[in-house]
Design a protein around this ligand. Structure first.
Ligand code: AHR
Length: 511
């Protein structure tokens, strides 16, 4: 059986886990809001229309921060439409998703929902069709205590205390020609800089995210970040990254290795940020908000069976991009989370896109049940157990050969260790499709005393790598005990089946 070795040294780490990397995303898109988190009249809904079945799955999954309200949607959105008495709110056409927006759910409802879900709000402003004035009004509405037009309007609308939203996205994907209000890097950079300035004049405590490239394949990738940051470096705190991955033409090996792409993408953006910092003689550090990432099967447009970009008719909450995730997808999601964690010195925020129904770890039927997709599990466990320091690992692994990346490590891992509790959490995937792998942990300066938890996600009995959790079989794929973990004379070994993701939590002490 192939074998791998992982070295973990107590003194080698890259910093504390930034808990905001376990973020998610709720967009007014498809059934994420309407019949996702919010469905008045659903048997599980509370008096506010919040689905409690969905809410309890969200809490179990453990996102720390949720981006809202888009996405492409925000680039045509008037935030004022979503506040005030519900019956007075206008119905509007949402051009981004060819949908009718009823505005029965808006800022107040989202802030209430976020409180119930115990997550931080990350609010995006519209820099597609709008600009400085709407942006600063929204910050005043949300964060100013009282005594001004916008803050008193918030109070009149039922929220006496400010929302105190700290994290703000300066628009969404404005480098993309599909975006309403698409801009050149210079046009966007100037608008973002002036909006940022005006927003921070209202509330200097806010943190701002400038729009980066929509994906690494954009023709302007690199130059976009450079130009935008040249305009905004002093005003912003983060630049965004977005990436979606999918399996092409049955090439599972390359798909399973996409964390290699994510690693390189992050390294490229870090280099660009630091080049602007050096050239501009800046002393502050801009970091990364990877505020959209996931597996997304972008199969085609305009079909109600596989609706991915726009629906045919104007509807209020059409099914849009409701991907069903397999075992393979879950292993990829696990490795993408490893990549984010490995870059926790520079990636300070990350949001899996999206939270419910729309390319989501949680599915919810209108009037029916809600359940966990396969991809729910790596997110839930990493969010729960990644605490303390992010360890710098040395991994020696057998290789798998891929068409896209050449030979890559079969074993992909990330680990954290909490100095206070001594808990060491290892998150590990076997990306090989053929072979189980023996793994030995070479712990230095740390002694493993016992196994606190060891769980495995892999192909279930009778299933295959495409097995998913469906309405009919909601628990086909889940976590099962990983029985192979052994501690022998301080040496930890385990065995991972082919195509698997696992978490091992160890009690450790210093040596
Ligand atoms: O998450 C779905 C969409 O993907 C978002 O609206 C957009 O920002 C991205 O292209």
């Amino acid at each position: 059986m192939p074998s791998a070795r992982i070295v973990i040294d107590r003194d080698f780490h890259i910093g504390q886990v930034p808990r905001r990397i376990f973020g998610s995303f709720v967009e007014h898109m498809g059934r994420c809001v309407y019949t996702g988190i919010y469905e008045p009249g659903h048997p599980e809904a509370d008096s506010r229309g919040f689905r409690q079945d969905v809410l309890s799955l969200v809490k179990e999954m453990g996102p720390t921060v949720v981006r809202y309200p888009g996405g492409n949607f925000v680039s045509g959105y008037r935030w004022e439409d979503g506040v005030g008495p519900t019956q007075d709110r206008p119905r509007r056409l949402d051009g981004a998703w060819h949908t009718i927006e009823t505005n029965t759910f808006g800022l107040h409802e989202f802030v209430d929902w976020a409180k119930a879900a115990d997550v931080e709000v990350m609010e995006a402003i519209n820099l597609g069709t709008r600009g400085v004035e709407a942006a600063r009004a929204l910050v005043e509405y949300a964060n100013h205590p009282s005594g001004t037009y916008w803050s008193d309007l918030r109070r009149a609308n039922g929220a006496e205390a400010p929302f105190d939203i700290k994290l703000w996205c300066l628009g969404n994907e404005l480098d993309g020609p599909w975006q309403i209000g698409h801009k050149t890097a210079d046009e966007y950079g100037r608008l973002a800089q002036e909006s940022a300035k005006a927003m921070k004049l209202v509330d200097p405590s806010i943190e701002l995210v400038a729009v980066g490239s929509s994906n690494r394949g954009m023709p302007t990738f690199g130059t976009w970040e450079h130009t935008v940051l040249s305009h905004t470096y002093e005003e912003v705190d983060y630049v965004s990254m977005h990436a979606y991955y999918q399996e092409h033409d049955g090439d599972a090996a390359s798909f399973l290795a996409e964390a290699v792409d994510m690693d390189a993408f992050i390294d490229g953006v870090v280099a660009t940020i630091d080049a602007v910092k050096a050239a501009g003689k800046h002393t502050k550090q801009v970091n990364i908000s990877f505020d959209e990432w996931n597996v997304w099967y972008q199969r085609g447009l305009d079909s109600e069976d596989q609706p991915h970009q726009v629906a045919k008719e104007w509807k209020t909450h059409p099914r849009l991009i409701e991907d069903s995730y397999s075992v393979t997808d879950a292993v990829v999601v696990g490795t993408l989370l490893h990549s984010l964690l490995r870059h926790g010195d520079r990636v300070k925020i990350a949001n899996q896109a999206q939270l419910v129904n729309v390319i989501a770890p949680i599915l919810a039927e209108e009037g029916g049940p809600a359940w966990r997709q396969t991809s729910f599990w790596p997110f839930a466990r990493i969010s729960e157990l990644a605490r303390g320091n992010i360890m710098q690992l040395v991994v020696e692994s057998p290789k798998v050969s891929t068409a896209k990346f050449g030979d890559v490590d079969a074993v992909d891992a990330a680990a954290t260790r909490d100095e206070d509790t001594g808990k060491l959490a290892l998150f590990i995937a076997n990306r090989g499709l053929e072979d189980a792998t023996e793994i030995a942990l070479d712990l230095r300066g740390i002694a493993a005393t016992s196994v606190a938890r060891a769980e495995l996600l892999t192909v279930p009995e009778g299933g295959d790598r495409h097995t998913a959790n469906t309405l009919q079989a909601q628990q086909a794929v889940g976590l099962v005990p990983l029985d192979s973990v052994q501690i022998d004379d301080g040496v930890v070994t385990l065995r991972l089946p082919a195509l698997s993701w696992a978490v091992v939590e160890l009690e450790t002490s210093r040596t």
